[in-house]
Write a protein of this length. Structure first.
Length: 302
């Protein structure tokens, strides 16, 4: 088992909406709750690498991972120097998750960078990794090697993750993907799987949250749709309003036995070959840090 990130973590975008003082407080409580790692996404809130520095500085042992730092938001020099700085300052506690792809067939521009089509995603990531590795080291080297993973979904990106990085951080995937990813990665690389969860005891409200979350990603028609098709889900189930079995495969919990259902899903990922599972709590207020739900999930650490 790869213990880079520990066993159980959290994944969130909610910290972007919090003042920095509150971010530090929440990070400290997450560590006290016994979670091994905290993964942060990146959209148009805080820079993920800057946020990682805030979180690392506010905690003692908590592993911080970017899930993911978008390669189209910064050039390879900026990414590599930030990675090295955090790895040197916080040995063994920072995981740089890299990713970024266009979400449909329309041209997409992120901060002046044209995002390539899915067909060129692997070659684009390969070139980006080459450029990062070519940056000359002019700062103190990390006392232990840093950890870099890819937000890999498809077979070719998983193969690249195995060949060039410490592993993979798949997002919004069924347990079947975890089994496939472990086979492709082999036994050594880190497999850190994101799992969306709902703790709302109202089954109908929970299902609405889960379906909206899944539908928002599948509506883009990109890599997530293709990935689900690999595991037997039809285009009719994936387009428009996602079918219940699609939602159930991608989101765990909801209803009066939510915590038990989440525990079962986490175990299923571990049984399928995951080293680490990070839980993303879905709520009706996504900009609010779900601290009550995080406290409830802490029971899974025992």
């Amino acid at each position: 088992m790869n213990t880079t990130a520990g066993r159980l973590g959290l994944w969130t975008l909610a910290l972007d909406a919090q003042p920095a003082t509150r971010v530090r407080e929440l990070a400290g409580e997450i560590e006290q709750l016994g979670f091994d790692a905290l993964w942060i996404g990146e959209e148009f809130g805080r820079n993920a690498l800057t946020q990682a520095g805030i979180l690392l500085g506010a905690t003692n042992d908590l592993v911080i991972g970017t899930g993911i730092a978008n390669i189209f938001f910064r050039d390879p020099i900026a990414m590599a120097t930030a990675e090295r700085s955090l790895a040197e300052a916080y040995p063994g506690r920072f995981i740089l998750g890299l990713g970024g792809h266009r979400v449909d067939d329309r041209p997409l521009i992120y901060r002046g960078h044209r995002v390539p089509s899915a067909g060129r995603a692997v070659s684009t990531m390969t070139a980006y990794l080459d450029a990062m590795d070519a940056v000359p080291l002019q700062s103190p080297p990390p006392p232990v090697p840093g950890h870099r993973v890819l937000g890999a979904l498809g077979p070719k990106m998983l193969d690249l993750a195995a060949a060039r990085t410490s592993g993979a951080h798949p997002y919004l995937v069924p347990v079947a993907h975890t089994e496939d990813a472990r086979t492709r990665l082999g036994p050594g690389p880190l497999l850190a799987v994101e799992q969306a969860v709902v703790l709302d005891p109202d089954p109908e409200a929970a299902r609405d949250l889960a379906r909206a979350h899944v539908g928002g990603y599948l509506a883009t028609g990109g890599a997530h749709v293709k990935d689900m098709q690999r595991f037997g889900y039809t285009i009719d189930e994936l387009c428009g309003t996602p079918a219940s079995r699609v939602v159930d495969a991608l989101v765990a919990g909801g209803g009066p036995n939510a915590l038990a259902a989440i525990a079962d899903r986490v175990k299923a990922h571990f049984d399928a070959g995951a080293d680490h599972v990070c839980l993303q709590v879905l709520t009706a207020q996504p900009a609010t840090a779900p601290i009550a739900e995080w406290r409830e999930l802490a029971g899974l650490n025992s």
